[in-house]
Each structure stands twice: as C-alpha cells, then as structure tokens.
Design a protein around this ligand. Structure first.
Ligand code: BGC
Length: 256
C-alpha cells in the first residue's frame, strides 16, 4: 500500500474524481476526510465515507464551502483533530459552466474563481500550516488540461486553472524548505458528473473523443491512481510540477 497511515483531506469528494480519489487513498491505507459542499451532497458524501471505512481506515464527512474562509479554517482544524494530523490535501473541489466571454456577468466569473482558485488557496494555506509545523506533507491540486489549453466559453474556468498553475509553483517554492511538496494533476475529459452536458449528447461526446488520441474519455479511477502516486513517497522528489493525465488530449491531435 502506497499511503499506509497517512491522513488525507479531499475537497469536493462526494462525487466524480474527488470520490474516486477518496476511495483510492483509503485502499492505499490512508484515513480520509470527505469534504462536501451542501446538504444536497450529504448522502453521497456518506456513501463515500462508508466506502473509506470498508477499506479499513477512518473516514468522516465534513460539510464546507471551500470559498468561505471561516468554513475552511474550521474544516482543516476539524480534519486535523479527528485524524490526529494532516499529511495530504487534495484540492479537488471545482465547478464549471459554459458562458461566452462577452455575455459573462461578474457574478459568473467570481463564482468560478471563488471555488476553483480562492478555495484551493484557502485550503492550501490552512493545511499548509499544519504540514509545515509537522515538517512534512503533500498538497495535490486538481487542475485540468485547461491549465494551459484555452477553451472558448470557459474563460473563467481557464483563468482559474491557469492561476492554479502558478499558485502551485509558488507554493512549491515556499513550502519545499518546510518539507511540503505541492503539485498539480491535470486531467483531460473524464467520465464524471461535471461532464454530464457532454455525456448526455452523443454528438458532443463524439467530438470530445475525436480530440483525444487514445479515442476515449478517461475514468475517474485513472485520475485517482495518479493522485495516489503523486501523494506517495514514490514521488518523494516531485514538486512544483503538473502531471498531465489526458489520453493525449494536450498533444494538438487536430494539428497536421
Ligand atoms: C473539464 C471538462 C472537460 C475537460 C477537457 C476539464 O477540466 O472539467 O469538462 O471535458 O477539461 O476539455
């Protein structure tokens, strides 16, 4: 097992990549706090906690909006106290919504930046304090191929993920001397609820598959596997970088 005895907090863990990640970390021996956003996700979060416990480790669900500073401070304190410390943060919570740039209201922009970038910053800062005090820890941010690929209709999303790249690199520099590694995982198109708008439309799904040299969307477990590795001591010399897990989507497949 890669993560025996490690204590992890995964944000946005009630579904999708977050859920798979929480369950994979548990199967690797980690205790896991399953963060979820609202009452609507509470039942799903409970099911993820049950899966964590079935893997034989400690699991608990914590409701918090990652964009709210007071809630993040309380969540990290609760996680560290319940698990007896914190070795791993997976900044996974994220939202997206297609809106043409010229029709984008400030509220649309702010909502995405608040969850995807400010949320990651707040969790990183709070968990980073616990880890730096202990002299070790790992922070893995779920970014996206849109950390570097522009995506029409998703300017706010791309800005948040691009921001996550330099947040990660800067944090990696600041925290390396304190024993804390920081890196990003950049998934391509993955079969999760965030992509329902594609999965429910066979033509759109076909277009996405045509953008992927491997010819298929990825499974959340394929991202969870990358997180487990990046979090483990097998990646002990890896910091300040992005691991792309996208079936080749970022290789300009349409370029001739
Ligand atoms: C988005 C997905 C999209 C993928 C590739 C991800 O960051 O969440 O909706 O399919 O990037 O474009």
């Amino acid at each position: 097992m890669l993560l025996q005895g490690r204590r992890a907090l995964v944000t946005g863990a009630s579904s999708g990549i977050g859920q798979s990640t929480a369950e994979r970390l548990a199967r690797e021996g980690a205790s896991v706090c399953v963060n979820y956003y609202s009452d609507k996700e509470a039942d799903d979060a409970t099911r993820v906690v049950e899966a964590v416990r079935r893997a034989g480790t400690t699991g608990l669900a914590i409701r918090a909006d990652v964009g709210d500073e007071a809630q993040v401070v309380a969540m990290v304190a609760q996680a560290a106290s319940a698990l007896g410390g914190l070795d791993l943060l997976v900044n996974n919570a994220g939202i997206e919504k297609q809106i043409p740039l010229l029709a984008m209201a400030e509220a649309d922009w702010s909502a995405v930046l608040r969850t995807n970038l400010t949320g990651a910053f707040l969790c990183l800062r709070e968990a980073g304090k616990v880890m730096a005090a202990a002299g070790h820890g790992v922070i893995v941010n779920m970014s996206s191929v849109h950390e570097f690929i522009p995506w029409p209709g998703f300017a706010h999303y791309c800005a948040s993920k691009g921001g996550l790249q330099l947040l990660m690199k800067t944090a990696a520099r600041e925290l390396a001397p304190r024993g804390v590694r920081v890196c990003n995982i950049a998934p391509g198109a993955i079969v999760t609820p965030i992509n329902r708008f594609v999965l429910d439309d066979p033509e759109a799904e076909h277009q996405v598959e045509a953008e992927i040299p491997m010819g298929r969307m990825g499974q959340p477990e394929e991202i969870a596997a990358a997180v487990a590795w990046a979090a483990s001591s097998e990646a002990g010399y890896v910091t300040g970088t992005t691991l792309i897990v996208d079936g080749g989507m970022s290789l300009y497949p349409r370029f001739v």
